[in-house]
Ligand binder design. Structure first.
Ligand code: SAM
Length: 326
């Protein structure tokens, strides 16, 4: 399946897709699809939003349009993209096309709109039975916001959902590393204190994580005693390529945020100290960071080392800071 922006030549295919799934239009408008619905989908955008901030994407299978997605860049603020609609052709429901299309949308946003850190959408209550479980499966969580919804005679409410994306600074690239395999490198200057990455992914228990770890690679960090974040693996986000150094140039500023510890110049390899994010007691790794401060072996108990506690101050993941205070 491939995804690309819809162009004027696709309008008839979009109209046919909308008409192939009349239940959706009925649930959110109270009426069956009308003859100009594709035109309105392509034109409609929130007041004040620039024309080029709206993109309608089409998912194509063997040249046939099987799903459409309405996306707004920078709505409601520049860190967001808003999904106005994701609709699958009526005769293609139940085949995983929605999930595949959503995965491609995430990739499109990451590639084209690097400033976007979160996706947001609204589910109308009259469509919630169908839509809410789908979005939850894609990793969205209800924000708790509820807004009134009205379409002609249909009066309902919308509930807002959001999903954080795994975000990496735009000045990062994956290259061969002198430390191990591939690593993460600065392609342009990044100042000390700038956020280099905000991690996001699936939240799982230790038992679920243990199962996942049977099928590597799994990129994960600990959020709390029995809660772990597993980063997406298709595609693997750039931050998953960050190697360890015993004298790292990035460090943690909260449970999911890595920040530059020093000014970074183009060509510098970005590193973190795995000891500041790993608290699994039987984990260890022979280190080849080559720094003057190299510990030789990095372990899941390094958070207990007084010299590291002093060097990093509060720049540990919160769970390990909490253990130090216990
Ligand atoms: C999150 S990945 C980093 C990306 C990895 N280099 C790659 O090419 O996929 C972590 C793995 O990289 C290797 N690694 C990272 N830092 C290292 C270090 N300082 N010394 C030795 N191996 C390291 C270890 O194999 C570790 O399990």
């Amino acid at each position: 399946m491939e995804i690309r922006p819809i162009d004027p030549a696709d309008v008839d295919a979009v109209q046919s897709l909308i008409e192939s799934d009349p239940g959706y239009t009925e649930r959110i408008t109270g009426y069956p699809p009308g003859p100009a619905d594709a035109q309105s989908l392509l034109m409609m955008r929130p007041e004040g939003l620039a024309e080029d901030a709206k993109v309608v994407l089409g998912a194509f299978e063997g040249g046939e349009l099987v799903a459409v997605v309405d996306l707004l860049r920078g709505y409601p603020d520049p860190s967001y993209a808003f999904i106005g609609l994701l609709q699958v052709r009526g005769d293609r429901h139940g085949r995983g096309i929605g999930g595949t299309t959503y995965g491609l949308v995430e990739r499109y946003v990451a590639d084209e709109w690097p400033e976007v850190r979160r996706l947001r959408l609204a589910v109308v209550d009259t469509n919630a039975e169908v839509a809410a479980p789908f979005w939850v499966r894609q990793g969205f969580e209800a924000t708790g916001e509820v807004k009134p919804y009205r379409y002609d005679k249909l009066t309902s409410s919308t509930r807002l959902y959001e999903k954080a994306l795994c975000w990496g600074h735009p000045h990062l690239a994956v290259r061969d590393s002198g430390i191990a395999g591939q690593g993460l490198f600065a392609t342009a200057p990044i100042a000390a204190g700038e956020v280099v990455s905000v991690l996001a992914g699936r939240k799982v228990s230790t038992a679920e994580l243990t199962e996942l770890l049977e099928h590597p690679p799994v990129d994960t960090i600990t959020l709390a005693e029995d809660l772990h974040l597993v980063l997406p693996n298709d595609p693997r986000p750039v931050i998953a390529y960050g190697n360890h150094s015993c004298d790292p140039n990035t460090w943690w500023t909260d449970a999911v945020t890595l920040t530059a510890r020093r000014d970074l110049a183009p060509g510098d390899e970005l590193t973190s100290d795995y000891g500041t994010s790993t608290g699994v007691p039987d984990w260890q790794m022979n280190c080849s960071c080559g720094s003057a401060l190299c510990r030789g072996i990095v372990t899941g108990s390094d958070w207990q080392r007084p010299e590291l506690q002093e060097r990093y101050g509060h720049h540990w993941i919160p769970e390990l800071l909490a253990r130090q205070k216990r």
